[in-house]
Design a protein around this ligand. Structure first.
Ligand SMILES: Cc1cc2nc3c(=O)[nH]c(=O)nc-3n(C[C@H](O)[C@H](O)[C@H](O)COP(=O)(O)OP(=O)(O)OC[C@H]3O[C@@H](n4cnc5c(N)ncnc54)[C@H](O)[C@@H]3O)c2cc1C
Length: 319
């Protein structure tokens, strides 16, 4: 791991912010294109939370999130990528088209000709009244991603916490795995009669009372509902609170995000600005490891070719 001192102002070809699946794939590709590439990350990849993913192709027995990140980091470093653990606080364009300058929390700066933002999202977490949050995720009592692990909860008693359309859609999705899916409101149900009818027709139960307590235990998630004497037990609970894109750095470069802070889908292929690409969860779309891998590879290749073009290293007819 490289460390940078304040004011160093080191210059590289490409800076990648983020060492999750997207950033590390981009780093591997760029290192193999013989670019001087540095990955700066603040140690908060969501993949580090994955207890065991079973939908990453090539790992039929599953792979533990931290193992995947460790393997991917080693792989990129083996080909010459540098990894630095630090928070990037600021990104700005340099004058005269000289690329970008990033300022780290330590005050150190990095100058780069190109930039890939692979900064991910922040999961909006459920607050437990008892039980350890991370242990509950690890044991499967608390889950955040039906696409990732709904399969593992086939035929179980599943609760979805969230009373809006997002929660309803998640409950309906989980219905393909289990007959026993209940949508429970955090505060009050915010669904139209038509939406309630659709849920009823698909066999999703809706509880009307407000949730008072969430207790994660080894025996499951106990949910106390206003007006009910006993808590209800579920095998697993999916909070449907969505996530918040970590797109502050993109916003520093211009009005590049939508009102929800999402970066447009085309950012991994067409770029955001000349010399700036984004990849992975931070851009609009499906938040999955496989998607992040593909987008990281694409962003890296497009940026590499853009730099070649700047340097006159492509066939004129290729442009
Ligand atoms: C509990 C859980 C289980 C999941 N299970 C699965 C699964 O089974 N299968 C699957 O496909 N997906 C799963 N996912 C989703 C998967 O983790 C993400 O899709 C994947 O990690 C996205 O990769 P990414 O590189 O885009 O972002 P991330 O992996 O989140 O990485 C973002 C990186 O950006 C860095 N960063 C952000 N801002 C800054 C900054 N200002 N300065 C420095 N660094 C910064 C972070 O430190 C991090 O390194 C799961 C997610 C969760 C939460």
């Amino acid at each position: 791991m490289t460390s940078l001192s304040a004011g160093e102002g080191s210059a590289i070809d490409i800076l990648i912010v983020g060492a999750g699946p997207a950033g590390l794939t981009a780093a591997l590709y760029l290192a193999r294109y013989r670019r001087k590439v540095r990955v700066v990350h603040d140690g908060r990849s969501r993949a580090l939370w994955v207890p065991r993913s079973r939908n990453v192709p090539g790992f039929p027995e599953g792979i533990v999130g931290p193992d995947l990140i460790a393997r991917m980091s080693d792989h990129a470093v083996r080909y010459g990528a540098e990894l630095v653990e630090a928070r990037v606080d600021e990104i700005a364009r340099r004058q005269n088209d000289e690329g970008f300058r990033a300022r780290l929390a330590s005050g150190a700066t990095i100058n780069a000709r190109g930039l890939i933002l692979a900064t991910g999202v922040e999961t909006n977490l459920a607050k437990l009244d008892s039980g350890d949050h991370d242990n509950a995720v690890c044991s499967g009592v608390l889950r955040y991603c039906p696409i990732c692990d709904g399969f593992e909860h086939s035929d179980e008693r599943i609760a979805v916490l969230g009373s809006d359309l997002h929660g309803a859609a998640e409950a309906m999705f989980l219905r393909q795995y289990s007959r026993d899916v209940t949508l429970i409101p955090k505060w009050q149900v915010a669904l139209t009669d038509k939406q309630r009818g659709e849920l009823a027709a698909s066999g999703v139960d809706i509880l009307e009372g407000r949730v008072l307590r969430l207790d994660a235990t080894e025996a499951g998630m106990f949910v106390s509902i206003e007006g009910e004497a006993e808590p209800r037990r579920f095998d697993t609970l999916y909070p449907a609170f969505g996530s918040t894109p970590r797109s502050e750095l993109a916003a520093m470069l211009g009005p590049l995000t939508d009102p929800n802070g999402c970066i447009p889908f085309s950012a991994f292929s067409d770029g955001l600005l000349p010399g700036v690409y984004a990849a992975g969860d931070v851009i609009e779309g499906l938040d999955q490891i496989s998607v992040a891998l593909g987008q990281g590879a694409m962003a890296a290749t497009r940026l590499h070719n853009w730099l070649r073009e700047q340097d006159g290293h492509v066939m004129a007819d290729q442009k």
